[in-house]
Design a protein around this ligand. Structure first.
Ligand code: UDX
Length: 471
C-alpha cells in the first residue's frame, strides 16, 4: 500500500530514509530549512558520499515518488511524518541540542490542523535523551488524530541504504503499549514498513523511554567495546603483546564476538562521540551520573589513542617540528566522506600544532576536510603525490586503496620509509621487508627486534627472566 509521507530534516539519516521510503513505493516529500541542500537533492546531487544512495535518489526523482521542499505547508497531505533532525552536542556542555527537533515539531504542528483530525502519525528517528519523546508528544497533544511514535535509527554510514531497507531490528516506542491508540499507530507504521518487515526483521514495541534508551545504549556499548580493546592496546604496548592476537582470540568467544574489536586510533564520526556524552549528561540530569561514569573513561581512552599517534611520530622522527608528515585518510572511517570528529583529522591537526608540515590525502573526504582544516594542513587528492617527499607516513583511515598499497612502490616515493599504521591493517613484515620502519598501535616494536613475550613463549624459551628482559 502506498502511503503519502514526509521526512523532516534531510541530513544523512533523513535523506537516506526519504529515498529508501520512495524505493519501497511510497509518495515521499523531504523537507529541510537548508535551501541549498534541498535544491541539490531535487537536482539529484547527493550532498554526501553513501554507496547506493545516488541511484535511489535518481529513481525516486524520476518516478516522481520523491520530491523536496522547504515549505511546511507542502506537508499537510502526508499521513506519516518522519523526524530525521540532527541532535548535535550542545555548545555549552555534553548534552544533546534538541532545538532543531523542537522547532520542527512546532512548525509541523502548525500545518496539522488542516488535516481535520484524520489519523496522522509522527515518527521520531533522531537519537534523543530518554524523556524527549514524551515531552514532544505533549507538544502535539492538542491536535486531534495525531500520534507520536519513536522509532530510533541504527544505520551505519557506508551501509546506510542496506541498514534502512534490511535492518537487524525495528524498535517502536509508544506512549503506552496497552493503549488502543498505540495499536493503531503501530499498524500504520507496519504498513509503511511492509517492504522491510517482509525480510523478517524483528519488530519490538515498547515504551518511549525504552526505545530511546535502546539507541543510546547500543551506541554506548559499541563505543565501550572499541575503547575496551584500545585500553588493552595500551597494555599490549607496555608488555610486548600484539593486540590483534588478543582481539582475534577473545573475539572467538561468541559471548564477546569479534566485531568492533579493531584496535587503533579509535572512534569518531557524527554519532558515537556525541552520543556517549549526551548519555552521560542525561544520566546526570536524572541524578544517576555515576551509573554511566565509566563512559568518561571510554571517551578518555579514545582521546589517548589519538595523542599516542603523535607520541609515536615524535619517537620515530626524534621530534616532529618542521618534519614532513603525510596522513593517509581524512574521513572518520572508510567508504564515507564524513569528517565529523574524525580521528584522522584530529591527529593531523595535533601534528601540525606540534610544528610538523602535514599533508592529508583521502579518496572522498577532502572537500569536507577543507572546510575543517583547510589552511592548516596541505590537502592532496592523489596518493602518490601526497607520499612524495614524506619523512613519515601515518595511516589513519583504512580505505582499501591504502590497505592495498605496494610497500616497495610507496618506499620509492617517500623521503624516508617510516610508517605508523593507526588502524592495524597493514602486514608489518611485508612492509619491513620493503625497507620500512613501521609502528602500530597496540603492537609494540621492542628494542633491537627482540621477540615479543608471545613469540618467546611459542619458541619454548619463555622464562621469568626472558619476560623480565623485555621490560
Ligand atoms: C554508528 C553506529 O554503528 C550506528 O549503529 C549508529 O546508528 C550511528 O553510529 P557510524 O557512525 O556510521 O555508526 O560508524 P561505525 O561504523 O559505528 O564506526 C564508528 C567509529 O568507530 C569509526 O571511526 C570507526 O573507524 C571506529 N571503529 C569501529 C573502530 O575504531 N574499531 C572498530 O572495531 C569499529
Amino acid at each position: 500500500m502506498t502511503t503519502t509521507l514526509s521526512v523532516i530534516g534531510v541530513g544523512y539519516l533523513g535523506a537516506v530514509h526519504a529515498a529508501s521510503m520512495a524505493e519501497l513505493g511510497h509518495d515521499v516529500i523531504g523537507l529541510d530549512i537548508d535551501a541549498e541542500r534541498i535544491a541539490a537533492l531535487q537536482a539529484g546531487i547527493p550532498p554526501f558520499h553513501e554507496p547506493g544512495f545516488e541511484d535511489l535518489l535518481a529513481t525516486g526523482l524520476e518516478t516522481e515518488r520523491l520530491r523536496f521542499t522547504t515549505d511546511y505547508a507542502d506537508l499537510a497531505r502526508a499521513d506519516v511524518h518522519f523526524l530525521g533532525l540532527g541532535t548535535p552536542q550542545r555548545a555549552d556542555g555534553f548534552g544533546a541540542d534538541l532545538s532543531h527537533l523542537e522547532a520542527a515539531v512546532d512548525a509541523l504542528a502548525e500545518v496539522l490542523p488542516a488535516r481535520g483530525g484524520a489519523p496522522t502519525l509522527v515518527v521520531g528517528k533522531s537519537t534523543v535523551p530518554a524523556g524527549t519523546a514524551r515531552k514532544l508528544a505533549a507538544r502535539l497533544s492538542h491536535l486531534e488524530g495525531v500520534y507520536l511514535l519513536w522509532n530510533p535509527e541504527f544505520l551505519r554510514e557506508g551501509f546506510a541504504v542496506q541498514d534502512t531497507l534490511t535492518p537487524d531490528r525495528l524498535v517502536y516506542g509508544v506512549h503506552d503499549p496497552e493503549d488502543p491508540a498505540a495499536e493503531q499507530a503501530v499498524a500504520m507504521l507496519d504498513d509503511v514498513y511492509a517492504g522491510v518487515l517482509q525480510h523478517q526483521a524483528p519488530r519490538l514495541v515498547m515504551g518511549y523511554e525504552a526505545a530511546e534508551l535502546v539507541k543510546a545504549s547500543a551506541n554506548a556499548f559499541l563505543a565501550t567495546k572499541i575503547s575496551f580493546i584500545n585500553a588493552v592496546s595500551e597494555m599490549c604496548e607496555v608488555t610486548g603483546a600484539d593486540v590483534t592476537d588478543v582481539a582475534r582470540a577473545i573475539g572467538m568467544d561468541d559471548r564477546i564476538g569479534a566485531k568492533f574489536l579493531r584496535a587503533g586510533v579509535g572512534f569518531g564520526g557524527g554519532c558515537l562521540p556525541k552520543d556517549i556524552r549526551a548519555f552521560m549528561a542525561s544520566a546526570e540530569e536524572h541524578g544517576v551520573g555515576e551509573s554511566l561514569g565509566f563512559l568518561r573513561e571510554v571517551d578518555a581512552v579514545n582521546e589517548r589513542r589519538r595523542e599516542r599517534v603523535v607520541t609515536l611520530a615524535e619517537e620515530l622522527l626524534g621530534g616532529v617540528e618542521g618534519r614532513r608528515i603525510t596522513v593517509l585518510g581524512a574521513a572518520f572511517k572508510p567508504n564515507s566522506d564524513d569528517t565529523r570528529d574524525s580521528p584522522a583529522l584530529d591527529v593531523a591537526t595535533r601534528l601540525r600544532t606540534a610544528g610538523a608540515e602535514v599533508t592529508v590525502t583521502d579518496p572522498q573526504a577532502l572537500e569536507n576536510a577543507r572546510r575543517r582544516v583547510g589552511g592548516l594542513v596541505e590537502l592532496e587528492q592523489d596518493t602518490d603525490a601526497a607520499l612524495r617527499g614524506a619523512e613519515l607516513t601515518v595511516l589513519l583511515t583504512e580505505w582499501d586503496e591504502y590497505r592495498d598499497l605496494d610497500p616497495a612502490q610507496a618506499a620509492s616515493l617517500v623521503a624516508s620509509p617510516r610508517l605508523i599504521d593507526g588502524r592495524n591493517v597493514l602486514d608489518p613484515s611485508a612492509w619491513r621487508e620493503a625497507g620500512w620502519e613501521i609502528r602500530s598501535l597496540g603492537r609494540a616494536e621492542l628494542p633491537s627486534g627482540r621477540p615479543s613475550v608471545a613469540k618467546a613463549a611459542r619458541g619454548g624459551a619463555f622464562t621469568a627472566r626472558s619476560q623480565a628482559a623485555l621490560v
